[in-house]
Design a protein around this ligand. Structure first.
Ligand code: ADP
Length: 575
């Protein structure tokens, strides 16, 4: 159902109206007048051909381009937006994620702004750590003046981003990170309270294990001047943590990153330490590293009520070859990024449609079994990607920075394989739940022109409701009005459980899902929102952060229902 046959052996998934609109607006190449000159099929061929070619045309070029085409055309796997937009074009920049260093010098800071501008122009997102910058009012020897501090420089990064509209396709997106032991941390925590400021940034505090220990012991911790290494003063960990909690409760920012957990998973510590992530937090990268992402659409891997592991394995193998090839046909914005990226050859293979998969299997997202199933699938994807990466290493060599003395895994082609990205736009193309998130709504009423109301019903829910005979217009309106399937006696309990949405799932269950996925084969990190009800207290936020930390998450983003009108990235894309 919902599939049309294009050629004898490739059933294509039909594009939804939303998908077609998004593609026409931002993905299809356009002629001089701005009219789209592509279709989904020709776009997929452009991407598949460019990535199969990767440098010198390989002997198995024909087979590769066919495999790549089929996988993308059917939406079993979609690469990140820059790849879909730019592959096979003159721009040719295919990666979504970059981290750029911000050294503590005028030259360093303004070079970073320039480099970031070049990345944004090509559709990439940038992460910066401002932790190396000397604090506000620290002395500047050359001018005998005082420094303006990380925040005033961050404002310049923000203004630069505002100015570059990225060819109308994407606005720039940044992550700004400051360590919890930076002397300006208190200013940083409240910086985004002013809603006019830093609108092109997500801000996150990099929290250390030392801080968490001080917090647990209700003790103090030191603020350290980065320029000199001097201890400036000590603060009570609890006071600072409560500030973060207050602000996150108020409007979801700052987020928290657990920087020591991330560095424990650093595959190449000899090259440097992680200081920052990309804008949505799923990629910890070294300064000047970039990473290209792609996501397996799990909605497409359930057959006869079970996960089709054989087809999933084949797809992961092909996707791994695809993402590794992307590195070789990528046009990097600056030489430093090219050099670093080629040393580690990181890729970010992720998932989307995880909730679709669980619904098709009849398993509630927030249940123990839901987590177990998700974890099994993620581990399977990791292991299959690793097997393929090792095979590529045998043919083409391991990533150049591979050092058996540091790494406890066999030589492979890519220093990192997996992450879970938000898939904000690509999941709209594939018509599935984004990343590892549960659906946000099951029935929604959309107001269109002339006072007309359009009712949007989750495709699985409609199917079940009709098949089991509880479908009625009246019920759909009731579900839309209450915003949940819970508590409607017409809907059998089983389905109420399966169709719980992001707000119906408890915060602890959200965090436990993130925690178990992190431990089940996710090399880098996970972009996930922990939804809290509007009535959640500050203590609930605090509890969430501590639970996330204890479960081994590498970062956490909470969002209390109704606390913010718009979010920086993905919800804006959706509206
Ligand atoms: P998509 O679905 O468009 O491929 P995701 O929502 O999965 O993208 O985001 C993945 C990463 O892409 C983000 O973490 C960020 O690094 C980058 N990104 C997302 N949106 C933007 C944007 N508007 N501008 C620049 N980079 C972006």
């Amino acid at each position: 159902q919902g599939e049309k046959v294009m050629t004898a052996d490739i059933p294509a998934q039909m594009l939804t109206e939303t998908a077609e609109t998004v593609l026409r607006r931002r993905y299809y190449l356009k002629d001089q007048e701005g009219n789209p000159i592509e279709t989904w099929e020709t776009l997929c061929r452009r991407v598949a051909d460019a990535v199969a070619e990767a440098g010198e045309r390989p002997a198995n070029f024909e087979e590769l381009r066919r495999l790549f085409f089929e996988m993308i055309y059917r939406m079993d796997f979609l690469p990140n937006s820059p790849c879909l937009m730019n592959a096979g074009t003159d721009l040719g920049q295919l990666s979504a994620c970059f981290v750029l260093p911000v050294p503590d010098s005028m030259d360093g800071i303004f070079s970073a702004i320039r480099n970031g501008a070049l990345v944004h122009k090509t559709g990439g997102g940038t992460g910066y750590s401002f932790s190396r910058l000397r604090s506000k009012n620290a002395s500047v020897r050359s001018t005998q003046g005082v420094a303006s501090g990380p925040l005033s420089f961050a404002a310049v990064f923000d203004a630069a981003t505002e100015t570059i509209k990225q060819g109308g396709k994407r606005r720039g997106a940044n992550m700004g990170v400051l360590r919890i032991d930076h002397p300006d941390i208190l200013d940083f925590i409240v910086a985004k309270q002013d809603q006019e400021k830093f609108n092109n940034f997500n801000f996150s505090v990099a929290i250390t294990d030392a801080f968490m220990t001080a917090l647990a012991e209700d003790g103090e911790y030191d603020l350290i001047e980065p320029a000199t290494g001097d201890t400036i003063r000590s603060l009570k960990a609890r006071d600072v943590f409560e500030q973060i909690v207050d602000l996150a409760w108020l409007n979801g920012e700052p987020g928290v990153l657990f920087i020591d957990a991330a560095n424990q998973g650093n595959p190449t510590p000899q090259l440097g330490l992680f200081e920052a992530t990309n804008p949505c937090g799923e990629q910890w990268l070294l300064p000047y590293e970039s990473c290209n992402l792609g996501s397996i659409n799990l909605a497409r891997f359930v057959a006869d009520g079970a996960i089709d592991y054989r087809r999933l394995e084949e797809t992961v193998h092909t996707a791994t070859v695809f993402l590794d090839n992307v590195i070789d046909c990528n046009r990097f914005p600056i030489p430093e990024i090219e050099e670093m990226t080629l040393k580690t050859r990181k890729i970010g293979l992720g998932i989307m449609g995880m909730h679709d998969m669980l619904i098709q299997l009849g398993i509630p997202y927030g249940s123990e079994f839901g987590r177990k199933t998700a974890a099994e699938v993620m581990q399977f994807i990791h292991d299959a990607a690793e097997a393929e990466s090792m095979r590529i290493a045998e043919k083409k060599g391991a990533f150049p920075a591979y050092d058996a003395s540091v790494n406890d895994y066999p030589a492979r082609r890519n220093a990192a394989l997996t992450s879970i990205q938000p898939t904000g736009t690509v999941s709209m193309i594939a018509d599935c739940a984004s990343g590892c998130e549960p659906y946000f709504s099951i029935v929604m009423i959309k107001h269109v022109m002339d006072g007309d109301r359009l009712i949007l019903i989750n495709k699985y829910f409609e199917q079940v409701a009709r098949a089991e005979g509880f479908y009625s217009e009246e019920l759909m309106h009731k579900v839309a009005d209450s915003g949940t399937v819970i508590g409607h006696s017409e809907i059998p309990e089983k389905w109420q459980e399966i169709f719980r949405t992001a707000q119906d799932i408890s915060p602890d269950d959200h965090i436990k899902m993130q925690g178990i996925l992190q431990k089940s084969g996710v090399d880098s990190s996970i972009s996930k929102t922990i939804n809290l009800p509007g009535t959640a207290t500050r203590a609930d936020v605090k509890h969430s952060y501590i639970l996330g930390y204890n479960l081994g998450c590498k970062g956490l983003t909470v969002y209390r229902d109704g606390s913010r009108d718009s979010q920086v990235l993905n919800t804006k894309e959706r509206s």
